[in-house]
Design a protein around this ligand. Structure first.
Ligand code: NAP
Length: 246
């Protein structure tokens, strides 16, 4: 629970899925939340309304994270609106699955542009601008470790996100800013469910000893911990939130 009402969190890809749950949780924790999205304006606006109805403070901010200029503008707007930024949650991401043999250039390039370069773009702005005591939480995936067939490009982007997490935590020495990653397992969102037959979903849901899919709120709880006072001593770590799948 963040009792300082002036703390500001940017959550990328917060219009839907895990990002929307993270934005809701951080708003409940007392953060003013910037709800970034790429295309889902109506979902982002509806989430702002829902957060305000719960007594929270939020704004929606369109920016394709793969566009460095758009990301810089979003940080400018957040600073202008709220005076500073304390937390960045790098949640925006896409997943396109195919074997290496069957992957085309677009599948590879798009995932690198959004998941890897997009994360780099926001990390660079956050590294320049986050206030002392700030927090950065990147979304990796438990496929880094599981390494199943068809996940090569996606897992490579997330392994890169983990590498940047470790390096940036060291580069920010002396500023009391932590940099960590959460690596979810299968979580019930469009990214995971779309295009999968129910039998595949059921099989993957049973992989974890806890025998269910993760819910967006499970991941939001882990992010809340890292962004709040109780997470202060965790730095440069990747925490898997996956019910014990790996
Ligand atoms: P999701 O339901 O598909 O939502 C993705 C979000 O990212 C949407 O809000 C989308 O906004 C946004 N987004 C996509 N491209 C963007 C871009 N270029 N710029 C800004 N925002 C963009 O996905 P999710 O399952 O919540 O996944 C969230 C994160 O968790 C991702 O990084 C994913 O890799 C990771 N993850 C998910 C799972 C899982 O099983 N679900 C497991 C491990 C890790 P628009 O609708 O506006 O485009």
């Amino acid at each position: 629970m963040n009792t300082d009402k002036n703390k500001v969190a940017i959550v990328t890809g917060a219009s839907r899925g895990i990002g929307a749950a993270i934005a809701t949780r951080l708003a409940d924790d007392g953060f003013t939340v910037v709800i970034n999205y790429a295309g889902s304006a109506s979902e982002a606006d509806a989430l702002v309304e829902a957060i305000e109805a719960r007594g929270g403070r939020a704004i929606a901010a369109q920016a394709d994270v793969s566009d460095p200029a758009a990301v810089a503008r979003m940080f400018d707007a957040a600073q202008a609106a709220f005076g500073g930024i304390d937390v960045l949650v790098n949640n925006a991401g896409i997943m396109k699955l195919a074997t290496v043999t069957d992957s085309d250039d677009a599948l590879f390039d798009r995932q690198v542009a959004i998941n890897l370069k997009g994360t780099f773009n926001t990390l660079r702005e956050a590294a320049k601008r986050l206030r002392e005591g700030g927090r950065i939480v990147n979304l990796s995936s438990s496929v880094v470790g599981l390494y199943q067939p068809t996940y090569a490009a996606y897992a490579a982007t997330k392994a890169g996100v983990e590498a940047m997490t470790h390096v940036l935590s060291k580069e920010l020495r002396g500023r009391s800013i932590t940099v960590n990653a959460i690596a979810p397992g299968p979580t019930a969102t469009a990214l995971f469910l779309d295009g999968k037959p129910q039998a595949v979903v059921d099989r993957l849901a049973k992989l974890a000893p806890l025998e269910r899919l993760g819910q967006p709120e499970d991941i939001a709880a882990a992010v809340s911990f890292l962004a709040g006072p109780d997470g202060a001593w965790i730095n440069g770590q990747v925490i898997r939130a996956n019910g014990g799948i790996i």
